[in-house]
Design a protein around this ligand. Structure first.
Ligand SMILES: *Cc1c(COP(=O)(O)O)cnc(C)c1O
Length: 458
C-alpha cells in the first residue's frame, strides 16, 4: 500500500485556540460594524483573514533571530539577507522594506507620475492604491477566463496578451512599467505559466516597457509551474524561481507571504537607475538602506524563510492542505474559484447567496455568516474591496465577489480544515433563507474594506 501524504515538518510549540458561543459572536460582530477586520483576534476561533504574516516560523528561523546584528548601518544581517535574495532571484540590487506595500511605495514614488497608465494581471489592492493615489491608472489585463470561477485552467492567473498589447499601443510613452503578479492573488491565488511570463515580458519590452514582478507568492507560483507545465517537472523550485525572475526588470516582495516571516518586504532589481531612484525614497520612508524598516533579526529570519520556502517539500505540504480543503468543499457542492489556488480558497459568493442583490454585497454577507456559524474569520475579496471608481465614484461591480479563506502557512491542521468546511456547509445549506445583505454606513476613500462600517439589512 502506498504511504499517505503527511506534513514535511513536526510541531515544536503550540498556541491555544479560543472557542465562543453564537450569542457572543453576534454581539462582537455588531460591535465590529459587520467588518471582520474590526474584530479582536481573541474573538476568532480559526483565523483565515489572511495568509500574510500569519505563518509559523521554523526552529532555524527562530535560531537566526538570536544572531541578528542590530547595527544601524552595514549590519551583517543585511549582507546575509542580500546574499539569499541575489542567489534566489538573480537581481543585483536589493532594498529591504518593512512590508510589500512599503516596497511599492518606495519604488512607485520614483516611477509613477499623474496620468500614467500601469497594466497588470489584477493589481493587488495596495498596488492599485499606490497607483491611484498618485493619480495614475491601473488597468487589468488578466485573461477573461479567470472570471469564470467554474472553469478549470492550470494557469488561470495569466496575462491576456491581446489586452496588454492594446493598453501598450494606446498609451505609448505613458506606461512606466507593467505589474506582473505571481501568483495572481485577486483571482484566487491562480498561477501564471512560465510561457505567459516570457511572452508578457517580451511584449512589454517590445514597447520599451519594463516589468515589475509583484512576487509575494513567487514560490507557490514556481510549485505550480513544476507540477503543471511541461518541461519543468524535473527542475527544482529554485531553478524555476530564478528563471521567472530572469525575465523581469525588478520585483516588489511582501515577505509576509512566501518568505515565511511575520513582517518584512523588499525591492530587488537589475536596473542601477531604478536602484538609485528608489534609494532616495527608502531613506525618508523606511530608513537607512541596510535595514529598511526592519530589525537585523527580521532580516535574518527572512533570509532563512526565503531559502526554506523555495524547497519542494515545504510547498507541497502547503498547497496540498489548500487542496484538501477544496476537496471537502467539493463533497458539499460549494462553488469556489477552480482549480484551488496556492494560498486560499475563494468561494463564489454570488453563486451561494443568490437571493442577496449585489448592491447588498453577497461576499461580505457570507463572511459575516461564516463567522457567526463557527467563529471562522475569512474575508471579502469582492465589491467592497474593489472600492469606487475614482472618476464616477460608483461602486465597481464588474469583478468577482468572493469570500476568501486564506490558509496561514504551517499553522492549522487538516482537522481545522474539516471544521471550516462543515461550518461553510451549514451556511450553504440555509442559503435560500438568506435574503438580505449589508449596507455601507461609513467608508474611507481608498482601501475602504479595512475600516468600512456596515449595517445588516433586516
Ligand atoms: C500582500 C500583497 C502585497 C502587499 O504586501 P504587504 O506586505 O501586505 O504590504 C502586494 N501584492 C500582493 C500580490 C500581495 O499579496
Amino acid at each position: 500500500m502506498e504511504l499517505p501524504f503527511a506534513e514535511s515538518w513536526k510541531i515544536k510549540m503550540v498556541e491555544p485556540l479560543r472557542k465562543s458561543t453564537r450569542a457572543e459572536r453576534e454581539q462582537w460582530l455588531k460591535e465590529a460594524h459587520y467588518n471582520v477586520f474590526q474584530l479582536k483576534a481573541e474573538q476568532v476561533y480559526i483565523d483565515l483573514l489572511t495568509d500574510s504574516g500569519t505563518g509559523a516560523m521554523s526552529d532555524r528561523q527562530w535560531a537566526e533571530m538570536m544572531l541578528g546584528d542590530e547595527s544601524y548601518a552595514g549590519a551583517s544581517s543585511f549582507y546575509k539577507f542580500q546574499e539569499v535574495v541575489r542567489r534566489i532571484t538573480g537581481f543585483e540590487y536589493v532594498i529591504p522594506t518593512h512590508q510589500g506595500r512599503a516596497a511599492e511605495n518606495v519604488l512607485f514614488s520614483f516611477l509613477v507620475k499623474p496620468g500614467h497608465v500601469i497594466p497588470g494581471n489584477v493589481h493587488f489592492d495596495t498596488t492599485k492604491g499606490h497607483i491611484e493615489s498618485r493619480k495614475a491608472h491601473a488597468i487589468d489585463v488578466t485573461i477573461d477566463e479567470a472570471k469564470d470561477t467554474q472553469l478549470e485552467l492550470p494557469f488561470k492567473g495569466n496575462v491576456g496578451l491581446a489586452k496588454l498589447e492594446k493598453v501598450l499601443a494606446d498609451n505609448k510613452g505613458n506606461v512606466p512599467f507593467m505589474v506582473l503578479t505571481v501568483t495572481n492573488n485577486t483571482v484566487g491565488g491562480q498561477p501564471v505559466s512560465m510561457q505567459n511570463i516570457r511572452e508578457t515580458v517580451e511584449l512589454c519590452h517590445r514597447y520599451n516597457v519594463p516589468v515589475v514582478m509583484d512576487s509575494a507568492r513567487f514560490a507557490e507560483n514556481a510549485y505550480f509551474i513544476k507540477t503543471r507545465e511541461k518541461g519543468y517537472e524535473d527542475k527544482t523550485i529554485k531553478e524555476i524561481a530564478r528563471e521567472m525572475f530572469s525575465y523581469a526588470d525588478a520585483m516588489t516582495m511582501s515577505a509576509k507571504k512566501d518568505a515565511l516571516v511575520n513582517m518584512g518586504g523588499f525591492i530587488a532589481t537589475r536596473r542601477a537607475d531604478w536602484f538609485e531612484g528608489a534609494k532616495s525614497f527608502c531613506i525618508p520612508f523606511e530608513g537607512y538602506l541596510t535595514y529598511g524598516g526592519l530589525n537585523g533579526r527580521d532580516l535574518n529570519a527572512m533570509a532563512v524563510g526565503l531559502d526554506e520556502n523555495t524547497e519542494f517539500d515545504m510547498l507541497e505540504t502547503r498547497i496540498k492542505q489548500v487542496a484538501y480543503l477544496a476537496q471537502r468543499l467539493d463533497e458539499f457542492g460549494i462553488p469556489y474559484q477552480r482549480p484551488a489556488g496556492g494560498h486560499a480558497i475563494f468561494v463564489d459568493a454570488s453563486r451561494v447567496l443568490t437571493n442577496v442583490p449585489k448592491e447588498e454585497f453577497p461576499a461580505q454577507t457570507l463572511t459575516c455568516e461564516l463567522y457567526l456559524e463557527a467563529g471562522v474569520r475569512a474575508c471579502e475579496i469582492g465589491y467592497i474591496l474593489a472600492d469606487r471608481d475614482p472618476v464616477t465614484r460608483e461602486n465597481r461591480f464588474g469583478g468577482l465577489d468572493l469570500l476568501r479563506m486564506a490558509i496561514p502557512r504551517r499553522v492549522y491542521t487538516n482537522n481545522h480544515m474539516d471544521v471550516i468546511a462543515v461550518a461553510l456547509k451549514n451556511v450553504f445549506d440555509r442559503r435560500e433563507s438568506i435574503t438580505h445583505g449589508v449596507r455601507i454606513v461609513w467608508e474611507a476613500e481608498l482601501m475602504r474594506h479595512f475600516t468600512v462600517k456596515l449595517d445588516r439589512i433586516k
